[in-house]
Design a protein around this ligand. Sequence first.
Ligand SMILES: C[S@@+](CC[C@H](N)C(=O)[O-])C[C@H]1O[C@@H](n2cnc3c(N)ncnc32)[C@H](O)[C@@H]1O
Length: 403
Amino acid sequence: MTQATPDVIRPRFTRDEKARKSFTSSLRAHVLGTQARRMREHYDEVVQPQFQRTHGRLPADGQEVRSVMKRERDFHFFSSVRSCAQEMVFASVIPAVERDMEELASRASELARDEQGVGGSLTLDPNFQVPENVTRLDVHLAPGSFHAEWGDDDVSAGAIYDSATRVFAFRQFGDDMNDIGMTMSNFVRLRYPDFKPTKILDCGCTVGHNTLPWATTFPDAEMHAIDVGPGLLRYAHARAQALEIPVHFHQMSATNMAFEDNSFDVVFSSMFLHELPLKDIKAFFKEAYRVLRPGGLLINMELPPNSRTEPYQSFHLDWDTYYNNEPHYKPFRDQDYPSLCVGAGFEADDCIEVTLPRYTFVGEEEFSQSVHKPAVFDNSTGRMNPKGTRWYGFGAFKAGEKA
Ligand SMILES: C[S@@+](CC[C@H](N)C(=O)[O-])C[C@H]1O[C@@H](n2cnc3c(N)ncnc32)[C@H](O)[C@@H]1O
C-alpha cells in the first residue's frame, strides 16, 4: 500500500518550479555524494598526513579534524554549496504552497471532518506554548521554522515540510518518504516476533512520514503521534486521513506529555532528539519511560554517537551544528546514548543499538536476515549517502513483564 502524499493535499507546482526542485535535489545529491567523496580524498591525501607530520599523531576526534579542515578550500566550497542548496530546498517549494495555501487549508479541513470514517483524530491545544528550541531560530534554515502559522486552519508548515523534504532527500528516504519508519517498525516486528504492541506513540512526528508505517506494520495497534507545530499537525492529520490510515495526532511537547503512566507499548522517534537541548532530551527520556508499559520499548532513529564514529566521520556528521541552524546536534551526539536511557530509569542490560539496511530499498527477505546482525559503523551509517545508507537506532525495553 502506498504512503506517498495524495494529490488532494499536495500543492500544484508549475513546470519551472518542478525544474527548480529537480535541480536542487540533484545539487544536494552531488554535494553530499561526489563533493563529499572528493573532500574526504583531499583529507586522506593531504590534510591528515600534514596533521600527522606536525602533531606526531592522527586527529583524536571530529573537533580536531574540523580545526584543520576549516582552513581548506575544499571544505569552504562543500559548505557553501551545501548551505545554498539547503536554502534552495525551501525556495523551490514555498511559492507553490503560498499560492495554494487557502485551497490546501480547506481540503485539509474537509478531510479532518472524517466523512469517510477513517477514525483518526487531531487534538490541538489553543494554550500551547511552542518550545524555544523551535521558536528561537529557523531550524535547518526553514523559513518560519516548524511552527509558523498564517491563519486559523493553516497547513502551510506541513505542506512546505512535506514537499521540501522530498527535494532534500533526493530519494534517500524512499519513494513514499517513509523508509525510516518502515525500517524501524519492521525491525521490531522481525527481531521480536512475540512482542505485539497494541498502542504506539511517535514523538516529534512532523507530517507523519515515519508515523504511518507503524500503523500499517502493526495494524491492530492504536497509533498516536505528537508534535508542537499546529500547521504540521493539521497537515499530518489530513494526509493520514487521505491515505485512510487512522492516527491520533496531538499538539504536545515530548518533554511533558499528557498521557497516563504505563499507557504505550512502543515510544518511537526519528530525527528528533538532535532538535532538543540536552535538558529536554533528558526530560523526554523520563517521559518515555513513564508512559511506557513494563515490557514496552523506546526506540529512536538518529545519527550514531560521536563515540561510535571515527574522527573524520564525526566531523562530517556534526556539520549541521555549525552551518544549518541545528545547534543541539553535536551536544546530542557527544552523549553516551545508553547512559541517557539508564538516567531515565531503564536498565543497562535492556538497552538496544542497531544499524539496519533500508527496508523499502532491500525488501523483506534481505532485511529479515539483517535484524539479528551486530551494528556496523562506517561511512554509510546514519548518513544520506547516495552509495547506500544504513539507519541507526537505539533505545531500551522497560523492565518487567508486559501487563
Ligand atoms: C526533524 S523533525 C522530525 C521528523 C519526523 N520525525 C520524521 O521522521 O519525518 C523534528 C520535529 O520535532 C518537533 N519538535 C521539536 N521540539 C519538540 C518537542 N519538545 N516535543 C515534540 N515535538 C517537538 C518539531 O516541531 C519537528 O516537527
